[in-house]
Design a protein around this ligand. Sequence first.
Ligand code: LR7
Ligand code: MN
Length: 541
Amino acid sequence: GMKNNEASFSSLALQRAAVSQANQALTEGQELGKINLTAKTRPAQLNQSQTKALSPEDGRRHRVLRIDATLSPRDPKAPGQFGRPVVVPHGKEKEVERRWKEGNFNVYLSDLIPVDRAIEDTRPAGCAEQLVHNNLPTTSIIMCFVDEVWSTLLRSVHSVLNRSPPHLIKEILLVDDFSTKDYLKDNLDKYMSQFPKVRILRLKERHGLIRARLAGAQKATGDVLTFLDSHVECNIGWLEPLLERVYLSRKKVACPVIEVINDKDMRCPVMAGGLFSIDKNYFFELGTYDPGLDVWGGENMELSFKVWMCGGEIEIVPCSRVGHIFRNDNPYSFPKDRMKTVERNLGRVAEVWLDEYKELFYGHGDHLIDQGLDVGNLTQQRELRKKLKCKSFKWYLENVFPDLKAPIVRASGVLINVALGKCISIRNTTAILEDCDGSSQLQQFNYTWLRLIKHGAWCLAPVPDNGALRLHLCDNRNKGLRWLHKSTSVFRPELVNHLVFGNYHQLLCLEGDFTQKTLKVAPCDPAKPDQKWKFENYYED
Ligand code: LR7
Ligand code: MN
């Protein structure tokens, strides 16, 4: 669920790649199986997985769980039936605008749409005929909210109640994360009292979504935990295939296909994200979410890495469809600065799970963590990773996400001066220019995400006073070792092929002098060809 915050998440190329890969799969002719994000455990072809479960030899009875599929609307003329886009009536534009900020979406229209509106069955062909086990585990639905809009909260709950087989729903836990709105206090209790399965858990202080979910998980009595946002609409047959997957393999975390409910007109095309069902005991075995994560953000990555790297799987189940209102801003405030909260969460995740790839995280843009933001104590999380005997992040990239190109270095090989056609070579503690020789160890360099020019554990950087080049022991935190090259964050685009050292006040560039065979940094000058450099290999797109 990161798309709204591209800026603050630019650090995690992973997340974006995951979502866009999923989206692409969704738009390319609905080849839904593909979004399983795994090569090894290639998505169960819809029927295959079912056939296995249904073979007569396995001795179990199965039945199709059918409930009224269309939910023929009580008022077919009411706005938004069958997911039709709703048009703002003339003269109501001001009111729409005024009420928008209550939820950062079109609250006025949401209120016009019946809380139990009918929606179109958007499942791929065959889903309606699928069979599932008749002894599926029960689930607790956990829905956390803070100041959710009344009509969308109700529509979320109604969609669960109306479109789930009752015997599979142990309870619906509404976790009120210390909302301030009056209607969410008395009115909500009164309204929900007509549904015996709905329980409201009121938190005494703002927990944030992550710890609010954990509070819900503690109270849950079902076998499986199903987490949902508080502005969703579950479609017909959404729950059975999720529980079926968890039932067949308790380490499988099952996600519905998330469809977009447009924030302006409540329309429903398709997208991907993070609502899911997970075996309750498995969730606790995995140590739940890192309880050190604050309020909002990053917890979906933490759980995803943990599941995959520690022996589980995540699967998007094509037959399970849930709509979600996507909006451009959170309608609630963050107890601390939002950027800081999210960055700190992502930093924790990177530090615990990304191994050497955390350089990719830190190498993307300027991080508050780089500037001293504290991510807190990680001992418990690192011990948990050991205890669970989790695999490396490298394994994750190679086996779970082979399509993602996440090279640990951005460029490598010999480093050639473009004008002179000569290469940098190590001599004792310094570097000189020489004829290029790709087979010479002395001419091999890596340019990393942290913008270091590395030769093994040694980094090239100038000596401060005279600008001559020296080898320094590498240190990821030492900004005095970093070079900009082929980087969009170079302040002057004409220097993109240079090796830029220094800051705004004094831009220095690496320069070769062939007669002297020496290297030094000098004021950058795009007109000087002997300041242009090229690595042998580049790994970025
Ligand atoms: O402090 C808070 N307390 C809460 O209870 C903040 C939020 N919440 C509730 C909130 O009312 C809502 O029901 O938590 C839920 C999620 O917050 P949203 O809807 O404001 O944010 P979002 O939809 O952008 O959330 C996405 O990213 C979050 C990052 O922490 C979580 O992972 C959400 O589960 C995730 N939502 C989805 O994945 C739905 C599909 C979006 C996509 C892709
Ligand atoms: Mn949401």
